[in-house]
Design a protein around this ligand. Sequence first.
Ligand code: XMP
Length: 513
Amino acid sequence: MNHELIIVLDFGGQYNQLIARRVRECNVYCEVKPYTMPIEEIKALNPKGIIFTGGPNSVYDEESPHIAKEIFEMGIPILGICYGSQLMAYTLGGNVETAPVSEYGHTEVEVDTTDVIFDGVSEKTVCWMSHTDYISNVPEGFKITAHTPVCPVAGMSCDEKKLYATQFHPEVMHTTEGMKMLSNFVYKVCGCKGDWQMSSFVETTIKELKEKIGDGKVLCALSGGVDSSVAAVLLSKAIGKQLTCVFVDHGLLRKNEGDEVEAVFGPNGHYELNFIRVNAKDRYLEKLKGVEEPEAKRKIIGEEFIRVFEEEAKKIGSVDFLVQGTIYPDVIESGHGKSAVIKSHHNVGGLPDVVDFKEIVEPLRMLFKDEVRKVGLELGIPEYLVFRQPFPGPGLGIRIIGEVTEEKIKIVQEADYIYREEIAKAGLDKGLGQYFAGLTNMRSVGVMGDFRTYDYAIALRAVNTSDFMTADAAQLPWEVLAKVTNRIVNEVKGVNRVMYDCTGKPPATIEFE
Ligand code: XMP
């Protein structure tokens, strides 16, 4: 890629990806690299600037990550954040000390607005602090640019060497003017022009895919999720009918979802490609008969997917490329891009073993999820696909507690449809992390008209989350819950009770199984 580049050197901080995303939000391309990357390799990448992340360590621990002094002498601008700032001070001869108590959370910081990093920032600005060690003396040639009552050096800079540092985290949302600071670094210090635009990504990627694939044959497992949909459309624009997409409908999709995917990608759809839909519901139901244990269900659904796909791939014969919807967080988490990781969820996991192909193609491997969505919009993919909420590979199979049957699938599909419809009507759909209906395996007594009923209970779930590792139960308005409940018990046969799941993650998970 021929773009301006900012490198985030990762010292083990939890926000490494976030920093890279924020820089990209400034329209400057950014990659995360390990702090162990040799200086020669960094130079060869010709970055416009480098950002050091935070990290859990103290610079005085022998085991903590350090960096050679030469990095500060290359003339490339550097911004050190948190541990990165302490490391800069320590390596260049300043002092770092351990405070008796940590400074943590929202903190008012006084900044020197004549400093380039704080240009246009308020003199007193709220920043996010999370540190115990602090810089007590700046290295020679540096000036202090920010402080708090307990942190004498919350910011420092040396314009001559283009070295800058903040003790707080400009990348997190809680630092209210953090984007301004990062943008100052990227534009005013590093001199970037901002050439990272999704429209140009689309254009260059299509061109690169054309060159790479030539007249080769390409196979894509299309799930209808955002990543595989965007990958498929990019390829379709590049090579048209040389692409075959196989969509395995396991019958565990949300109501109408299979048809929606077919409407977009199928023969009457929007794109030039070969589309194969495999309706495999019956064989899934057969395999899942009598199976109650969650892990066993997941395993069966995953394995069956591979078998179905294998059969289709055999019919197609050997292909040159297999598409994977790997995105940048997968690449970073797998060890900083050293190896191509095969996603372990069932949409792709195991496929390379059963398909006869020469190479894997991953057109989205350098993009964050929000960028994938922007590319989707650029490509004209319908919004309901682009903004689709995450849906697990095993589908409704893990939203039906206990044995999966055709009757239960129908119940949960209908209930979930009503729930989603009412959430959208109430204008709550964009703000929630994930929401869905699940079918508990509980039946209870109710009364309908003059009759006793003995029917299932539906559980509604809605969570707010930024990373899906932790989540809070969303506090939905009571009127919405009441409306959904009323509609479900009236419209969905087999349900006489609706409950709301108030549990966060942990201790629960987002899905029920
Ligand atoms: P849990 O239930 O683990 O879910 O809190 C966290 C997020 O991951 C999704 N999820 C999956 N996605 N294959 C997937 O592609 C899976 O097997 C799977 N299991 C959970 C879940 O929907 C939530 O967004």
